[in-house]
Design a protein around this ligand. Structure first.
Ligand code: ATP
Ligand code: MN
Ligand code: MN
Length: 305
């Protein structure tokens, strides 16, 4: 398998094998960001992004005419996308379908050539699709929730996870909220991962109904934070760390140290304009301990691989 076992230390290394058509095409029109800018960004973060997506079934958000026009999610591989864009077989209801996957920077840039802006991996490896190797708690605040309360909520969820022996890693979503990512090694059956995530969300919402809700409906969310545990089922995705978001300002989903949360200004605090400087200035990868960490869900029998 080609899954990296450690996050790469450098962000250098643009592959030369991908020819970019229409490099001058505007992708984020309000921000003056072109397809070339997007490709340069992804070439620069390729090793870091690949640590998050390589070997996983992948959904991508494509914006052929830029983010101000129609964008669409795609999970099945298209014809002629490039020799490094792979098809992986995924069992669906009745048949097995070819899903997208990439393993290297060339494949990544072949997707960028196909006007991919966002990368959304499964929480599972393509060669072990029935088991989650990551759980994601996606904190979705109602617009009225003050940002400091969103940050406090992330610490609360972190502490609950700590209490059951699970270390969680933090990232901005690039949108309105925060994600907590819990690696599982060995991986857990999807049914167990989902039940754990749901139980945690339901319990927290019962204990702190003024802060949290565990149901997706907009009406119950008023003034509260939805703990979106629904990211944790087979076939569900979450945005990848280092992915751009197809939103004004070209925000980036950015992994952070927990001690950076106090100063964080919002889920969209990092953008294509600031992410690379942030990455170069930090002392080390804030998720370095995630790769290779061994931890399992409480109460689940260990599964040998
Ligand atoms: P925000 O912080 O603004 O909520 P987010 O990335 O967490 O940003 P959500 O709407 O909470 O956005 O969605 C969580 C994840 O669910 C997305 O990152 C994406 O992977 C997946 N998702 C959401 N909508 C779709 C969709 N229409 N098709 C496929 N996947 C989706
Ligand atoms: Mn969210
Ligand atoms: Mn959500």
């Amino acid at each position: 398998r080609s899954k990296p076992t450690a996050a790469p230390a450098t962000t250098a290394g643009a592959p030369d094998a991908v020819r970019l058509t229409h490099p001058e095409r505007s992708v984020f029109p309000a921000d003056g960001i072109t397809k070339q800018h997007v490709a340069d960004y992804y070439a620069a973060v390729a090793p870091l992004l690949l640590a998050e997506i390589a070997g996983r079934p992948l959904s991508v958000l494509r914006c052929p005419d830029g983010i101000a026009s129609t964008c669409f999610f795609q999970k099945h591989a298209g014809k002629g996308w490039g020799d490094r864009v792979h098809a992986v077989k995924v069992r669906e209801k009745n048949a097995s379908k070819d899903y997208l996957a990439v393993d290297d920077a060339t494949g990544l840039l072949q997707l960028v050539q196909m006007n991919v802006i966002e990368f959304h991996p499964w929480g599972a490896q393509a060669d072990d699709q029935e088991h989650a190797d990551r759980i994601v708690f996606d904190l979705d605040p109602d617009a009225s929730v003050p940002w400091r309360e969103v940050k406090a909520a992330a610490r609360t969820v972190r502490d609950v996870l700590d209490g059951v022996g699970l270390r969680a890693f933090l990232r901005t979503s690039g949108g309105k909220g925060l994600h907590l990512v819990v690696p599982l090694a060995p991986p857990a059956a999807w049914a167990q991962a989902k039940r754990f995530a749901q139980d945690l969300a339901v319990t927290l919402a019962a204990e702190r109904p003024e802060t949290f809700v565990s149901v997706a409906g907009k009406s119950k969310r008023k003034g509260r934070i939805f703990i979106d545990w629904l990211r944790n089922s087979r076939g569900a995705t979450s945005v990848a760390s280092y992915s751009l978001r197809a939103r004004p300002g070209a925000p980036v989903a950015m992994p952070l140290e927990w001690n950076e949360l106090a100063r964080l200004r919002g889920g969209d605090a990092y953008t294509i304009a600031t992410a690379l400087q942030k990455i170069r200035r930090r002392k080390s990868d804030p998720w370095r301990a995630l790769y290779g960490l061994r931890q399992s869900l409480p109460g689940t029998p260990r599964r040998s691989r």
